[in-house]
Design a binder for this molecule. Sequence first.
Ligand code: PLP
Length: 353
Amino acid sequence: MTTLIDDIETPALIVNEQVALSNIRKYQDHCNAAGLALRPHIKTHKTVRFSREQIAAGAVGITCQKISEAEIMAQGGISDILITFNIWGEAKLFRLRALAENVEKLQVTADNEPVIRGLSAAFSSAAKPLGVMVECDAGAGRCGVQSAEGAVELAKIIVESPGLSFSGLMTYPAPGGAKNVVEFMRRAKDQLEQAGIACPAISSGGSPDMWSAETSGIVTEYRIGTYIFNDSSLVARGACGLSDCAAKVLATVVSLPANGRAIIDAGSKVMTSDTLGLEGFGLVVGHPDIKFTQLSEEHGTLEGATDKLKIGDRVSIIPNHICVVVNMFDTFWLQNSAGEFSLANVDARGLIT
Ligand SMILES: Cc1ncc(COP(=O)(O)O)c(C=O)c1O
């Protein structure tokens, strides 16, 4: 524990606990008012601590992208997990089956028959069925069946598969895609009804549209990840303000090699080269006239009014895409309301299988 930010070695990830908890609270209140179940995606914070805070605030469970993330969360006592991924291959199915025995409720998504057949083979002798949601592509162009008819076809296969239960429809829309989600899901829900298949949940998500997404009584569950920390991409989209950004990279100015240029000790191994289509690699807090223009592995280049900086100065950066930055750190400094910092683990850091 330290109270001095200058005692923290850089580059470091700093998380303001009060801001993160307030972001959790605000969005939970929003979902409560909208009648939506909230199932946060833990790929942003990757910590058991914040999963517990999300559940304590009222989330129905969590979303993970990988079995390894889910394993860590289950070990941390999280009992309701949705893995939004096509699980494929013997090794992963074996782990999924073991995971199911350690949690109260486990669901996965699937968008094709071979994946469903694999899940069924792994779970046909299980004590309780595995919940499987059909993933739908409502316009994002990633995974997902392409039509309502496709969703019904897979739902029928799930219903008939030993060891599985159909647990609903899931999609991850592109920013601005909420209207398409409602249209797609309304069609799919109607067709499921006609086929006599009950649809327990319709799950959508995404932080970019978190405040504006139309759900129209069709979407029942919202999955959201980035909202807990926010980042400069969400500031750029108007989804949050700078003061809502809970996680920042602390870096030190190590060189002022030329007029208008400063070098910091945070390069691509910290910030990642994921710009999310934005110019530059993050916002330099308190320096709107300085841009973060270049990355090499260990060096970050700041350009603009760098005459205000001197060697040894600390700068805070709000990354473009916080989720991938968190995954670069084994640990982060959690700042409490008294301003004290304590070191915490990024529990699921680097867990990609
Ligand atoms: C399947 C799925 N659900 C939910 C989310 C959460 O999105 P966001 O971080 O925009 O809230 C993601 C993000 O990648 C995702 O892939």
